[in-house]
Write a protein that binds this ligand. Sequence first.
Ligand code: ADP
Ligand code: MG
Length: 280
Amino acid sequence: MTALASRPDRGSGSVPVVTPSSPVRGQGGPDATPPIISLTGVSAAYRRREVVHAVDVSIAAGERVAIVGPNGAGKSTLLRLIAGTIPARSGRVLLGGEPVERLDRAAVARRVAAVPSVASLPFSMTVEEVVALGRLPHEATFRGPREADRVAVAAAIDRAGIGHLVGRDARELSLGERQLVLLAVAVAQSTPVLLLDEPTVHLDLRHRVEAMKLLVDLNERDGTTVVAVLHDLALAAHFFPRLLIVDGGRVVADGPPASVLTDEAIRAVFGVDPVHALRA
Ligand code: ADP
Ligand code: MG
């Protein structure tokens, strides 16, 4: 692919496109299950300005994928396209084989949990009340939470390691504590797909690693498909078997960290010396 080479403002570096060496599940013959997330020729624009250009990405159920790239590359926009919160200008976004724009919000929320990097609350709520919001897509209308929902909330609080925050007003938490609560909301939502947008930016190193381990656990034990935008290349490379590099609204590399995070790619895409990029 010549995505980088065709952008004169980026110098002459080009990033080799690497396809996953192991066969991607969900892309087999006609009997294979469809990928859980599929973008085909997807472009997206805010007002008239196109910021994502003809992206093709296929993610099989059970994969763990990190999206990396510089600020403004279009990473958050890709997550919004997958979650159906913005429409594609052209191309096709499928969730579990169905066009995302044909699913109503509740149907999307049962399939996809989206974790923002920060969220503010308009009114006072305890931590456990916030986590219980993750159960809303599962609750029967008018009936209120069931025992299964209470169990899911308690388990999510435990897995996110925020037991010590129970009873606290969520608005009074530090940014890092709030970020852990947001992770717990997503865990409580118990969706097959988890999308995370820089979920660890406010966490200290220990909590970053804990959060990564939680994502690995959700992926390996629960089979959750995890797609996370991460800033920290070292964490992404360590905890994710597949990396997408997004630059200028295009996926410029896709594959295992060792083949994707080449010195040339780091220099070309991030504009830094590789020595500085991969030190945790
Ligand atoms: P990243 O997450 O990689 O930093 P984004 O997907 O947020 O990048 O943004 C991609 C481009 O789209 C940027 O140029 C950004 O300024 C623009 N953009 C993002 N969100 C909006 C919005 N709500 N309205 C207009 N432009 C936006
Ligand atoms: Mg972003």
